[in-house]
Design a protein around this ligand. Structure first.
Ligand SMILES: Nc1ncnc2c1ncn2[C@@H]1O[C@H](COP(=O)(O)OP(=O)(O)OP(=O)(O)O)[C@@H](O)[C@H]1O
Ligand SMILES: O[C@H]1[C@H](O)[C@@H](O)[C@H](O)[C@@H](O)[C@@H]1O
Length: 372
């Protein structure tokens, strides 16, 4: 089956104001040479999972091979001659006696890049450039800038390079990439603290807002005239994969719903913290989601008092920000810790479904695929 970009986009919600661009992928978590879990991956899938949770529709452009097995809300473009992008994540317990886990990431298979011609011929209010395997080209990001009022980019889509022999992910300096000249036309650039050292934050913040996530410490927002630390949420970390993407999903979901940047970043921290408590694509408690949606609506009504023009970001901490944090902390506390219920869902047989399948007893110690 070949799905063109146009028909894939038409099948998704017509009225959406958000365009997400980035390939779905297959994630394989490996520990001590054994496969621990397989899961649907790719920032695009994680972000759309958060959007689904808070009832935000979007258009999503993603490419996969015919081997792609997951049911997803937004139909990808299938390239019959190629395979779906695959990442192997190698985890080893942190060396420093804390809960940090070191991860080595290898892209062992790469699907087709997403080209400007793959993007829909429509205007969007918000665009998210969230590639994981080098699929977003500078010309693709430029086209996104042309068709979207505000573009949010994840630096991992811009600075990753892949070892030609085994696909190990390495990072290069942002200024050495073809994306650098586009920064003044981007709204927000998101980076983890490990990635942030690959750019000069002091320089980049002159052109666009920079959000640096920092694991259990929350995140920091930098803009031209100021910076702000945003409080974290407590979490029992099971798997850090996708925390940055869930953060980004929550952050942009907040902005789409009319929140100011500091409140939206709180929402990002909440979804980041929920994500690390589960392996693979997180499931969110429906009661928690309902509470969050209701509170966001309430905050939105409060913030409507501060009129702002389309696409303009409000950076100052709005009145009631601390109470918003307290509310979200309380909402999170009354829902059960997902990792406690996940035990019961574990299965010994690896097969692809939307949720990851944990391998209670690692079943196959297959040789790790090499990049051809
Ligand atoms: N242990 C944790 N406890 C609470 N919140 C966390 C934790 N880890 C991550 N988060 C939340 O998720 C956000 C993103 O996490 P992090 O900075 O680790 O991103 P990342 O390195 O891009 O993640 P990954 O690459 O593993 O997806 C953080 O800003 C924070 O809000
Ligand atoms: O395998 C990918 C990984 O390369 C990305 O860093 C992460 O953001 C995605 O969630 C994951 O699926």
């Amino acid at each position: 089956m070949v799905t063109t970009a146009e028909s894939a986009v038409h099948k998704s919600h017509q009225q959406s104001r958000v365009l997400i661009v980035g390939n779905y992928c297959h994630d394989v978590l490996i520990q001590k040479n054994a496969v621990k879990a397989v899961s649907l991956g790719g920032a695009a899938s994680v972000i759309s999972n958060v959007f689904n949770g808070v009832s935000i529709s979007c258009n999503l452009v993603s490419k996969v091979g015919e081997d792609f097995k997951y049911p997803v809300s937004y139909t990808p473009i299938v390239i019959p001659t190629l395979k779906t992008t695959v990442f192997h994540s190698y985890f080893d317990p942190g060396l420093h006696g804390n809960d940090h886990q070191d991860r080595i990431l290898k892209r062992v298979c790469a699907c087709d890049p997403i080209r400007p011609s793959d993007l829909p011929d429509t205007r969007f209010k918000y665009g998210m450039g969230v590639g994981v395997g080098g699929e977003i080209l500078p010309e693709t990001l430029e086209r996104m800038i042309e068709i979207c009022d505000v573009v949010f980019a994840d630096i991992q889509a811009l600075i990753r390079v892949f070892d030609s022999v085994d696909g190990t992910v390495k990072l290069v300096k942002l200024e050495e990439t073809g994306f650098y000249p586009l920064l003044p036309r981007i709204g927000v650039l998101k980076a983890s603290s490990e990635e942030a050292v690959f750019m000069d934050v002091e320089e980049v913040r002159k052109w666009c807002c920079v959000v640096v996530t920092n694991g259990k410490h929350g995140c920091k927002v930098y803009w031209k005239d100021g910076e702000l630390g945003i409080s974290p949420f407590l979490a029992n970390q099971e798997d850090p994969t996708g925390a940055g993407d869930s953060f980004f999903g929550g952050f942009v979901a907040g902005l789409v719903q009319g929140l100011a940047v500091p409140d939206a970043a709180l929402l990002g921290n909440l979804f980041g913290s929920l994500s690390v408590e589960q392996v693979g694509l997180p499931k969110f408690d429906t009661r928690l989601l309902q509470r969050v949606k209701d509170e966001v609506q309430r905050r939105k009504m409060q913030c409507l008092l501060h009129e702002r023009s389309d696409g303009e970001l409000e950076f100052l901490r709005p009145v009631g920000h601390e109470q918003f944090h307290t509310f979200l902390v309380a909402a999170k506390l009354i829902t059960p810790c997902p990792s406690c219920t996940m035990e019961a869902e574990q299965t010994a047989v690896p097969h692809y479904t939307k949720q990851p399948k944990l391998l209670a007893n690692p079943m196959y110690e297959e040789p790790i695929q090499r990049v051809e």
